[in-house]
Design a protein around this ligand. Sequence first.
Ligand code: ZN
Length: 146
Amino acid sequence: MDLKNLYREVILDHNKHPRNFGTLAPPAQIAQGHNPLCGDQLIVSIHRVGDTVTDVRFEGSGCAISTASASLMTEAIKGKRVAEIEELMHRVHALLTTVGGQSDGLGKLAALSGVAEYPARVKCATLAWHTLAQALKGANTTVVTE
Ligand code: ZN
């Protein structure tokens, strides 16, 4: 199995069996995201204790890329400190917007590396991360990608 097939398998698996699906009970920090280009809708909720995101869930409806990106994101950030998550956000954003971008050290998130070749799908993949950024701010808001 070559790398592209492996990445496709990861995306399909996370789309079919999303990890950490659902919404956390109060006092969760919750944000909604909407990508009108594709129709993707997400709700990301986190529990934050001090500087650490102790739990995270997402739910919503969208295409395979948006669902897989959100699912992979929840696995990647759970238990991490906010500063680490912000660093990860920058690296993932670079990966999603740079063809042939650097995926070393990103673990399973490397499966999203092919997205950069499809500009129309980039917003599908970044939606979860924009929504997470809003949830981290603690304001219950909706973010719409333009
Ligand atoms: Zn989409």
